[in-house]
Design a protein around this ligand. Structure first.
Ligand code: FAD
Ligand code: FES
Length: 336
């Protein structure tokens, strides 16, 4: 049964269909609520239930503690209404922050490119039947055909290309979406179902300070979108992109970024290898950043990749005195 959900401070309401999460219903109705992973692991979508009952479904005790549940907190991306609800987001929403918001929609398209671009990494390009507006840094949830499984993949193309989405996918051994489909049966010409846009990572509006962008593996995808958008619209005075891998086999789009650096004097690109000596930067990507920047005061950062790399990067930037509110992160958490 559908239930009415009112978001108190915004004065907006959505009718949440049976089985749909509060967050999904809001995003489909163009009501923006803070969120990141949409799979119950990051905790950024917490809402305070002011009246009514929710079903917490799969919410884990790690993300939503028993004490939080007791006090009426719920995960917007997991909880479904059991009655009419009034709630407010725990993290404040500023409707006048200038960031464009795009409603969540279901999309269909065709896989038009499927290339091996690095060790265990494929570039998948999907030509959509209908355009999808999104902000640089956001992601889509791609459905594995014939299953109820859907996985998140960040758009690597700039938001000016609304009908042709580029994804960088790393193979997870034994993984349902990757090993079982994108690196197995998926072929060019196949129909693809996805929904998006999702997530709040990125640089959709101009900033005054230079930015450091740190990617591990396919964490490069959203940063490629951000860099292309930011350079096209002059969003930041300087951009310094670091891409970490173990060896040369892990790097990709090197020529693309080298060309971009030649065209834009305010853009720097540093691929870093942790397990191979070469003519470029050697060491963990976060150590290379530490060596390049004696102080990060007054700068901002965008980090994306495996959780361990993102944690190490955040620590490194704080050691160099970057203000915590200037550090933006996206972790490629798996669904387990
Ligand atoms: P699953 O079937 O989910 O996992 C199979 C097994 O492998 C499980 O035991 C699981 O615990 C383990 N496992 C899963 N992932 C990992 C891992 N990373 N390291 C070690 N063990 C693991 N991935 C990309 O390649 N490109 C992207 O642009 C991208 N964007 C993302 C954006 C967001 C917001 C999030 C949350 C994740 C993103 N991911 C991205 C990760 C992606 O969504 C999947 O989690 C990943 O592709 C694995 O899916 P799977 O179905 O193949 O593996
Ligand atoms: Fe809900 Fe991450 S826990 S968006």
């Amino acid at each position: 049964m559908a239930h009415e959900v009112r978001i108190d401070p915004l004065g907006r309401s959505t009718t949440c269909p049976a089985g749909q999460s509060i967050l999904e219903s809001c995003l489909r109705d163009d009501i923006w609520l803070p969120h990141s992973c949409t799979q119950g692991t990051c905790g950024s979508c917490k809402v305070k239930v002011l009246s009514g009952e929710v079903d917490h479904r799969e919410s884990s005790e790690y993300t939503l503690t028993p004490a939080e549940r007791e006090s009426g907190i719920a995960l917007g991306c997991q909880a479904t209404p059991m009655s009419g609800l009034v709630l407010e987001p725990v993290e404040q929403v500023d409707p006048d922050d200038g960031v464009p918001r795009h409603p969540l929609r279901d999309h269909t398209g065709t896989a038009v490119v499927l290339d091996d671009i690095a060790r265990d990494v494929r570039r998948l390009v999907v030509e959509l039947d209908e355009p999808m507006a999104f902000n640089p840094g956001q992601y889509a949830e791609i459905r594995v055909p014939g299953t109820e499984v859907a996985r998140q993949y960040s758009m690597a193309n700039p938001p000016s290309e609304t009908s042709r989405l580029e994804f960088h996918v790393r193979r997870t051994p034994g993984g349902i979406a990757t090993d079982g489909w994108m690196f197995a049966g998926l072929a060019v010409g196949e129909r693809v179902e996805l929904k998006g846009p999702l997530g709040d990572f990125g640089m959709p509006v101009a900033q005054e300070e230079p930015a450091i962008l740190i990617a591990g593996g396919t964490g490069l995808a959203p940063l490629k979108s951000i860099v292309r958008h930011a350079l096209a619209h002059d969003l930041a005075p300087e951009l310094h992109l670091y891409h970490g891998g173990r060896s040369r086999q892990d790097l990709y789009d090197v020529e693309f970024f080298e060309d971009l650096a030649r065209e834009h004097p305010n853009f720097g690109y540093r691929p870093c290898l942790s397990e191979e000596d070469w003519e470029g930067a050697t060491g963990l990507v976060t150590d290379v950043v530490l060596a390049d920047f004696r102080s990060c005061r007054g700068l901002s950062a965008y980090l994306c990749g495996p959780p361990g790399m993102v944690e190490a990067g955040v620590k490194a930037l704080k050691r160099r005195r970057m203000a915590p509110r200037k550090i933006h992160r996206e972790e490629f958490l798996d669904a387990s």
